[in-house]
Design a protein around this ligand. Sequence first.
Ligand code: NDP
Length: 248
Amino acid sequence: MPDFANKVAVVTGGGRGIGQEIARRFAAGGAKVAVLSRSESSCAAAAAEINAAYPGSATAHAVDVADHDAVQAVAKSIIEDLGTVNILVNNAGITRDGLLMRMKEEDWDAVVDTNLKGAFNTVKAFLRPLMKAEDARIIQITSVIGLIGNAGQANYAASKAGLVGFTKSVARELAGRAVTCNAVAPGFITTDMTDELPEAVKESIIARIPLGTLGETRDIADLVAFLASPAARYITGQVIAVDGGMTM
Ligand code: NDP
């Protein structure tokens, strides 16, 4: 278990699923964690659950990551309260699936604004403390869909592929400050997002996974914790798939 004592981590989409597991992992390692999600109820419940196990470690912040000004305001209050930010995980994400023929402009905008612009907004908002912190880390949660595409997910695939280019550019810009920036590309992980899929679709997905099963949130949190740890100091600008072999 990496030691995150005296570190401050910000996790977007930390209210549920993969983000909640990542936030829990940082708190378990001794970090203070700011849990961000769209709804107040979600981040408050996640922070309460984390604080029950690791008292005083988590704070909850409801914000729409797609809203540039709102993210700036939340970041200001987090930086004032917690003093610094060492680790930023851009995990908030949504899907609005549909074949192109039927995809509405608002479905495209909602997905790209949340998944891609949301990461731009948070990196901008936390840039100063990250550049000042020693060995800061930025980690994007992209998706294998951003690497291989998927019929019915043009908006989602574009947003996640965009995150890959964003990650590499940020990694190059901030390398001189010893800030690393990497992306984790999950395959299919059991969360609310994948629970929505019909059973037949899940079965066809599992048939395409060499390891023969969906992943779990801890599979992603383990890699994120490693990338955030001092042991990963020489890894930057990378996209690492955690997908049971799907994209090998
Ligand atoms: P969930 O749907 O379980 O949780 C998504 C989280 O993101 C929620 O906490 C939600 O807030 C938050 N969120 C959504 N939109 C916004 C927004 N506009 N502003 C702030 N927070 C927002 O998702 P997963 O845990 O499954 O996925 C997490 C990430 O991993 C996503 O980026 C997803 O694309 C990616 N991923 C997931 C895979 C999977 O198989 N599950 C596979 C590949 C990638 P609230 O709780 O308030 O709704």
